[in-house]
Design a protein around this ligand. Structure first.
Ligand SMILES: [Zn+2]
Length: 434
């Protein structure tokens, strides 16, 4: 009897040693992965969106000359080695969250490898790039889809003639005057914070700073600095419409990027010591979940009619805009937003060589109803960030469908917030949400 007990104890001890060893191995893969991201980031500064890991993990600064000699083969070899280790990593004895971690690392190493190839000059098709970098299988849309969506706008918009011109003319009445932008935006972001805090506990020290900038290809950006602190920049190159106040406040702040980064840091980096969460590689599956949840977070924080009521009562008066048109504005905007996939489709054709820059601008003006200025900005964004654009609309669709499939619907707000929080606190990858 005693012998059996000792044998059992020995087996338990051996299993736990085995588990301990495999977890440690995953830690060392994670460390190598972070160091490789940092190394690749030296050749292309856009690669790393945020890093708040150990200072000594950073490689020593390269000279300008060294930066021109991209060591693609060496970096590919390093990523292949990591990919081999993580794909052959046994899941036996791993908990559910450790399995998620393994898959997260695998998908992120695949993305890093593809990015290394791209820096080295490789050009993927739009779909292939989206699959490798963002773990996304995107759909194609034919022209007829957008023509049909435009038809439903025909009767909603005032006036006659070109739909894009009519939309932009109507929309021009909803621009936030420059001098009121900060008041309106700060109010919206505080409201987003208040609504988020009802459902999500955030670290006590969490905070943010808002800055207004110019000459950027994006509308707004969250620069996460670590320790639950974000710098949110709003670009004022182009007119900022009233709907953007709640959009940007939720997307960049609460419950969007700021909360996403703070929760991943708190739950995975600080609590678990998972070092892969000390770095944020921009061109990676993390971005799809980040942008998808940030966009979905807008309707989670301001569901259905609540948004229009809040805007009519608070933001429209603050901006000095006529609130009697708010319902009509949002009804049309909902229809216009259905055209968002026109940007993906235009970019796909731009990648394949079917469109040049000018043809893509024309396409965006026609099917995305952009002004020429906005279409040009959009092409600048595509030139810099490529298929990243799919993270906004495809990401939104994927996150929304995932949460609603699990009963996190508008009728069930507590459940919706709970699933939302889970999604932004764990190592999810896009293909796991299907
Ligand atoms: Zn974003």
């Amino acid at each position: 009897m005693k012998k059996i007990l000792i044998l059992n104890l020995l087996i338990i001890f051996l299993i736990s040693c085995q588990q301990q060893r495999s977890i440690n191995d995953m830690d060392s893969i994670a460390e190598e992965y972070v160091k490789l991201v940092l190394e690749v980031g030296q050749y292309d500064p856009v690669v790393i969106d945020a890093y708040h890991g150990p200072e000594e993990w950073k490689p020593s600064e390269l000279s300008e000359e060294e930066k021109l000699n991209f060591p693609m083969d060496k970096l590919i070899q390093a990523s292949d080695k990591l990919l081999h280790l993580i794909t052959h990593f046994s899941e036996t004895g791993l908990s559910e969250s450790e399995r998620m971690r393994r898959l997260f690392l695998e998908k992120h190493i695949i993305a890093l490898r593809a990015k290394i190839q791209m820096i080295g000059g490789k050009k993927f098709s739009f779909e292939e790039e989206a699959r490798l970098l963002y773990d996304a299988e995107i759909l194609r849309y034919d022209q007829q889809y957008f023509i049909d969506a435009l038809t439903s706008l025909e009767n909603l918009l005032p006036g006659k003639g070109n739909i894009g011109e009519r939309w932009n003319e109507f929309r021009s009445k909803f621009v936030i005057p420059q001098e009121k932008l900060d008041t309106v935006f700060s109010t919206a972001i505080e409201e987003g914070r208040k609504r988020t805090l009802r459902y999500i506990k955030l670290p006590d020290e969490e905070n943010f700073l808002v800055e207004y900038v110019k000459n950027e290809p994006w509308g707004a950006y969250n620069w996460y600095k670590g320790n639950s602190f974000s710098v949110i920049q709003v670009n004022t190159d182009l007119p900022v419409y009233i709907d953007r106040a709640v959009d940007l406040a939720s997307h960049e702040g609460y419950p969007g990027h700021h909360v996403f980064n703070a929760l991943l840091e708190q739950n995975l980096l600080v609590k678990n010591g998972w070092m892969e969460f000390s770095v944020y590689p921009l061109f990676s599956p993390m971005s799809l979940i980040a942008e998808g949840t940030a966009n979905y977070g807008i309707e989670v924080a301001f569901p259905g009619k609540e948004r229009i009521d809040y805007e009519k009562n608070v933001l429209f008066p603050l901006a000095g805009l006529d609130a009697s048109q708010a319902e009509k504005y949002y009804k049309i905007l909902d229809e216009v937003n259905k055209l968002s996939f026109a940007r993906n489709e235009g970019a796909r054709r731009y990648y394949s060589g079917e469109f040049d820059r000018e043809q893509l601008i024309d396409w965006l003006m026609k099917y995305r109803l952009s002004t020429r200025e906005r279409a040009e900005k959009s092409v600048d964004f595509i030139d810099k960030y490529g298929s990243y654009i799919i993270n906004y609309n495809y990401g939104l669709q994927l996150c929304r469908e995932y949460i609603e499939r699990k009963c996190g619907t508008i009728e069930n707000p507590a459940k919706r917030w709970e699933l939302f929080k889970q999604l932004i606190s764990n190592p999810y990858v896009p293909s796991a949400l299907k």
